[in-house]
Design a binder for this molecule. Structure first.
Ligand SMILES: [Zn+2]
Ligand SMILES: [Zn+2]
Length: 141
């Protein structure tokens, strides 16, 4: 299961389509997300994300859900889109909910990336105007 996003800008003619999630559903994709997941777990165990996360990972490992699917991000500075492995951790207990999303860096300018969710208009990576439109949002298996 994956999602495709197509952005189009009427101002400058920019048009690009991105695929996130399991496409292509290959062994490679699974290997990549599994590796990312393992990396995240060991970094957490090593204390990279602070003491409280380290303790949780140590004591409640099986209750922690890790999302390492690919998602679409956009840079807040240079407005480039990029598909990145998500790196999110959740934990749900009756008395406690944890949700951590790790910071992603833009591959071109190293600024912070923002996850693209539903918003249909965004900044165009080419002309930088607030004119890029999400023209299609597809689902595929
Ligand atoms: Zn950037
Ligand atoms: Zn544009």
């Amino acid at each position: 299961m994956g999602t495709s996003y197509k952005y189009k800008c009427d101002e400058c003619g920019y048009e690009e389509e991105f695929f996130t999630g399991g496409r292509p559903m290959t062994k490679d994709y699974h290997k990549r997300t599994e590796e990312a997941e393992e990396e995240l777990r060991s970094a957490a165990l090593y204390g990279k994300y602070g003491e409280s996360i380290r303790q949780l990972m140590k004591n409640e490992r099986e209750k922690i859900y890790i999302n390492c699917d690919t998602e679409l991000y956009q840079c807040m500075e240079c407005r480039q889109f990029s598909v990145q492995i998500a790196k999110e951790m959740y934990m749900n207990r009756q008395d406690f909910t944890m949700s951590v999303e790790f910071r992603h860096e833009c591959p071109s300018c190293h600024s912070a990336l923002l996850r693209k969710t539903r918003g249909s208009i965004t900044f165009c990576p080419k002309c930088k105007m607030f004119t890029a439109q999400l023209v299609s949002l597809g689902k595929f298996d």
